[in-house]
Write a protein that binds this ligand. Structure first.
Ligand code: CAA
Length: 258
């Protein structure tokens, strides 16, 4: 499928989705969000890790599109936020890991896009933040909730109230990014993490993601029940039998995802 503002490339089991509107620093307008939504829905069982990054030299994504938002009504803003929320929820519920390769500005909706990914790595030149209050609004693609859950309520309030940009190193200190890499090593690093993931059982990775993701919103008792179900459901899969047999036979496992 031909897209105008994004690029989807697949190399083996790793797909890379690039938000590619560098003239507007990859800002998310409705069209880009719609393209993202449909691209995420086309990812089939061949994709086992998705890497998201930004096109051009400067930005991952510099936010939702301010020009488009500047004159919309409250009802339209609600629809726009619903579209953004759908994209983030689709990303979060993909049955395989997603990695944000934050190669530059990740502000507002761009930071929210990274927050909806399972793992975030950043280049040394990345700047992250939720500057919406400087525009007279608040984050609208889930940032108030996901940031607070990731870095804690107080740090999230500080970042959102001040609207400032933080460096990749500072973001790492806050637990907002996992590692900071030289710009020319960022994608290579993300691919090497993806390769490590690919060595493991796909069904197990999918269950682990589901249980961590849904469990995080529940109390410990209910979340642990989710874990027990996820654990049990894997028994009887070909991957469980192969993984344990390979261990006992002292050879690498050949998982099939069945
Ligand atoms: N929306 C639309 N266009 C944007 C944009 C955005 N979020 N961010 C940058 N652009 C455009 C600029 O308007 C400019 O276009 P022109 O060349 O046509 O003038 C082009 O991208 C390059 O940007 P700058 O000239 O501003 O580049 P810079 O290097 O001087 O500054 C920057 C870079 C600090 C990222 C600055 O562009 C900036 O502050 N951008 C806005 C960041 C922001 O506020 N994001 C939050 C948006 S609100 C949101 O996301 C709501 C939500 O949660 C749903």
């Amino acid at each position: 499928m031909a897209y105008e503002n994004i690029r989807l490339e697949t190399q083996g089991a790793i797909s890379t989705l690039t938000i590619d509107r560098p003239k507007a620093l990859n800002a998310l307008n409705s069209k880009t969000l719609q393209e993202l939504e449909s691209a995420l829905q086309t990812l089939g069982p061949d994709t086992r890790v998705l890497i998201l990054t930004g096109g051009g030299e400067k930005a991952f994504v510099a936010g939702a599109d301010i020009a488009e938002m500047s004159s919309i009504s409250a009802a339209q803003a609600r629809e726009f936020a619903a579209l953004g929320h759908r994209v983030m929820a689709t990303l979060e519920s993909l049955p395989f890991p997603t990695i944000a390769a934050v190669n530059g500005f990740a502000l507002g909706g761009g930071c929210e896009l990274a927050l909806a990914c399972d793992l975030i790595y950043a280049s040394e030149k990345a700047k992250l933040g939720l500057p919406e209050v400087s525009l007279g609004v608040i984050p609208g693609f889930g940032g108030t909730q996901r940031l607070a859950r990731l870095v804690g309520k107080m740090r999230a309030k500080e970042l959102i109230f001040t609207g400032g940009h933080v460096s990749a190193a500072q973001a790492k200190e806050y637990g907002l990014v996992l590692e900071v890499l030289p710009a020319d090593k960022l994608l290579e690093h993300c691919r090497s993490v993806a390769e490590k993931i690919l060595k493991n059982g796909p069904l197990a990775i999918s269950q682990a993601k589901r249980v961590i993701e849904f469990g995080a919103d529940q109390d410990l008792r209910a979340a642990n029940e989710l874990e027990r179900q996820g654990f049990a459901v894997l028994f009887g899969s070909g991957d469980q039998r192969e993984g344990m047999k390979a261990f006992l036979e002292k050879r690498p496992a050949a998982f099939t995802g069945k």
